[in-house]
Ligand binder design. Structure first.
Ligand SMILES: [Zn+2]
Length: 61
């Protein structure tokens, strides 16, 4: 049986909630921030581009 694999999946189960985030407008950049932690100027922490608001499913914190 595949018991080992199943047990691992259950262990890794996390609660995902819809979270407001800002993600970088540059498609080649993976920068994004949770709304709660975003900087005042709404610029990407990785490349300095503008970011746009988005909803993403993230683990509850
Ligand atoms: Zn960026």
């Amino acid at each position: 049986m595949f018991f080992g694999k199943r047990a691992k999946e259950e262990e890794m189960e996390t609660i995902l909630i819809d979270t407001e985030i800002y993600s970088c407008m540059d498609n080649s950049c993976i920068g994004w921030m949770r709304k709660d932690f975003v900087s005042d100027d709404l610029l990407c922490p990785m490349c300095g581009n503008e970011m746009i608001q988005e909803i993403r499913e993230l683990p509850k914190i």
